[in-house]
Design a protein around this ligand. Structure first.
Ligand SMILES: [Zn+2]
Length: 445
């Protein structure tokens, strides 16, 4: 029997596209046998945009792109009522590219996508040049300052973010308001229009934990990219492309994504995760594709310097939003907050003026000097230490930076590991029985 997942209904009402999806696989890949999914556009009225007038094959794009990856593993057939021809022609390239980055995927896993009708869409007259995806982080702000002005639209899709709150609700009023405030403030800085899009894909569509487990334990994916962000990363761009109907309606053919390029000493490498440039290059539909990622070979420290310089030259100020947690004020102590604050300090600025309201020079120095800044990938630490100028007096945390430069990135990460191990041992001391067994095991007694 064919295992199918079918999109049975697509309707647009006001600023929202609604979908009905049925899981006939018998594998419980979706959270329920019947799912209602939606994509909602905020600030659509300022563009005179409503999805209501769009062809079904365009309305189908967000949910189709989000569902496609599941067909690669379980021999599942995805049935859609109508499909854009460019996307249809491009499916083998998308599959091959994801297989290259996350796989290799075995040929026999591959299911298929069946469309009742395939439509060649001709884009309406162009009203803007680019969509610049905007999350508020360093890469996105950099993409924004490189593409400012009236011919660009900043688009934020906060529902893609993987946050502590995702499990409960990521479409609550406070959440939306915080995200709208962030993009509105930056749109005033970059003088571009803005649009915010939410969807319930992560919250309501797939049984993500189960699929992630299968990919690891049954399909045995073990690539670097898979270990980095797994099933979540495989769906990342499909989720971001909730923007597709808007791009089509505005005649925007070029999508710009900030790159999260990494470099460690002389090793340059693209980010092996869901936003890898090869992945974004592979996706094309309805005359729309991703352009070259912004800052493809620009280090993070340099991006922050560029942002600071651009803002200072234009007499503007913006917030940089990077925190892993999702409260209104950034925590200033998570890895991403610490990384970004160090970047800002190295650019000769005080983080308190760049969106880190809780920054305190004394506490921050203490946190770094006690080796509590722990990076999984050393490229970020290398980048920060390498960007510190020995001959410069920094207005903020000057002593700390010169100390860090002297310690070096290898020395710092060695001591971080030492501190982690020490903490483990100290914790074990509280359990003498286990310490005894460990000791006996080591000594062979
Ligand atoms: Zn944080």
């Amino acid at each position: 029997m064919t295992k199918t997942i079918e999109i049975t209904k697509i309707v647009a009402v006001d600023d929202t596209i609604k979908y009905e999806i049925h899981d006939h696989t018998g594998l419980y890949l979706l959270k329920n046998e019947k799912i209602e999914a939606w994509v909602k556009f905020y600030n659509a009225e300022s563009f005179g945009f409503s999805p209501e007038s769009l062809p079904e094959s365009i309305l189908a794009l967000p949910v189709t792109l989000y569902l496609i990856p599941v067909t690669w593993f379980y021999g599942v057939e995805l049935v859609v009522p109508s499909m854009d021809k460019t996307l249809c022609d491009n499916l083998p390239i998308i599959y091959a590219t994801y297989s290259k980055i996350y796989g290799p995927f075995k040929e026999e896993w591959c299911g298929k996508v069946t469309a009742k009708t395939v439509v060649e869409n001709k884009m309406p007259k162009s009203r803007f040049d680019n969509i610049v995806f905007f999350s508020g982080g360093v890469d996105a702000v950099h993409a924004g300052i490189n593409n400012p002005g009236k011919r660009n639209v900043l688009v934020s899709v906060p529902s893609i973010e993987y946050m502590e709150k995702t499990k409960e609700e990521n479409s609550g009023r406070d959440f939306i308001n915080a995200k709208i405030q962030l993009i509105r403030e930056f749109s005033a800085v970059s003088e571009s229009d803005w649009l915010l899009i939410t969807n319930n894909f992560v919250v309501d569509v797939f049984d993500d934990e189960r699929i992630q487990r299968d990919l690891k334990d049954s399909f045995l994916l073990n690539s670097e990219a898979f270990f980095f962000d797994g099933w979540f990363g495989i769906k990342y761009l499909g989720n971001l492309l909730s923007a597709a109907p808007f791009a089509y309606a505005m005649g925007i053919s070029n999508l710009i994504l900030g790159s999260s390029f990494e470099q460690l000493e002389d090793n340059f490498y693209s980010n092996l995760d869901g936003s890898n440039p090869e992945l974004s290059d592979s996706i094309k539909f309805a005359g729309i594709s991703f352009g070259k990622q912004d800052g493809l070979y620009t280090r993070r420290s340099q991006k922050v310097k560029n942002i600071v310089e651009w803002c200072n030259t234009c007499g503007k100020r913006t917030k940089i939003r990077t925190c892993f947690s999702d409260s209104t004020e950034q925590c200033c102590v998570c890895t991403k907050c610490v990384r970004t604050q160090l970047n800002i300090i190295c650019a000769g600025e005080n983080p308190i003026h760049w969106g880190f309201g809780n920054f305190d020079e004394k506490n921050f120095s203490r946190l770094i000097r006690s080796y509590h800044y722990r990076e999984r990938n050393l490229c970020w630490l290398w980048d920060i230490v390498a960007s510190i100028d020995d001959s410069r007096t920094y207005p903020c945390c000057d002593k700390l930076l010169h100390w860090l430069k002297k310690v070096g990135y290898k020395g710092y990460s060695r001591r971080v590991r030492f501190v982690i191990n020490l903490m483990r041992i100290l914790k074990l001391h509280r359990y003498p029985y286990y310490m005894n067994s460990v000791f006996r095991k080591i000594t062979g007694k």
